[in-house]
Design a protein around this ligand. Structure first.
Ligand SMILES: [Zn+2]
Length: 242
């Protein structure tokens, strides 16, 4: 969004995982973000959701909710993992394949992700129910007035090449980045790149135990390719000026 709005410039290359400018969700996720914020805030007076609720001391509404969610998640014995699936997507689990995580990482999920306020879910819901493009939540308010009303339209002339990546089994933002890449590629064929990693989901592309072999070489390859291209451009420009 910053690149599309040109609030950030001079970036040689960018890697975008899972979602960029075209949020897409599983139907169940869309149902959840439509109703759950109202239920939690309006009826239960709970302003945010935390994957660590199961570890709260004593009795709390959050802890009860965590136990309720775990009733529907029998895929593992980590309550934080169940809450993360409830908060972020549709799947058992939703954020990753268990097989891709080291067990220590899996059990530390509550610490690694933290809590989230409902404003995030409301914003995503607004975009998905709109035309499916990224847009500000309150476009007429204060500093947001200067930002693009539609980031996808503003992104057509991004000067930074982007590697859009996603896991093939993404259960959080499904095919969002594939859609984004295809739209931008129509405008400027070959400028951006897309890579879909098989057997991966939304978050295990960064937290997986085999990322050094399965993921990072591809990312490094992209960064180096764009760095080298930028150096050549710079040298050509110096020679021209001489
Ligand atoms: Zn789990």
């Amino acid at each position: 969004m910053a690149l599309a709005a040109k609030t950030v410039t001079g970036i040689t290359s960018c890697i975008s995982n899972s979602i960029a400018l075209t949020p897409r969700l599983h139907n169940w996720s869309e149902f959840k973000i439509t109703y759950v914020p109202t239920i939690l805030e309006g009826l239960l007076d709970i302003p945010y959701v935390s994957p660590l609720w199961s570890e709260s001391p004593g009795f709390s509404r959050g802890k009860m909710l965590s136990k309720l969610v775990s009733l529907f998640h029998r895929e593992c014995d980590v309550p934080a993992c169940h809450m993360l699936s409830m908060m972020w997507g549709t799947g058992w689990p939703a954020l990753y394949h268990h097989k891709n995580l080291h067990e220590v990482t899996h059990r530390r999920g509550g610490d690694l992700y933290g809590g989230t306020m409902m404003s995030y879910h409301r914003h995503v819901a607004k975009m998905v129910k709109g035309n499916g493009d990224a847009s500000p939540m309150f476009p007429e308010d204060g500093p947001y007035k200067q930002l693009p009303k539609n980031y996808m339209r503003a992104a057509k002339d991004i000067e930074t090449p982007v590697l859009f990546m996603t896991g093939k089994d993404n259960k959080v933002f499904t095919n969002s980045n594939i859609v984004c890449y295809e739209k931008l590629n129509q405008e400027r064929p070959g400028f951006h790149q897309l890579h879909v990693f098989p057997e991966y989901g939304h978050q295990d592309v960064f937290m997986g135990k085999d990322n050094d072999k399965d993921i990072f070489p591809r990312l490094l390859n992209f960064l180096e390719e764009k760095r080298d291209a930028a150096i050549i451009l710079m040298e050509e420009s110096v020679l021209t000026n001489v």
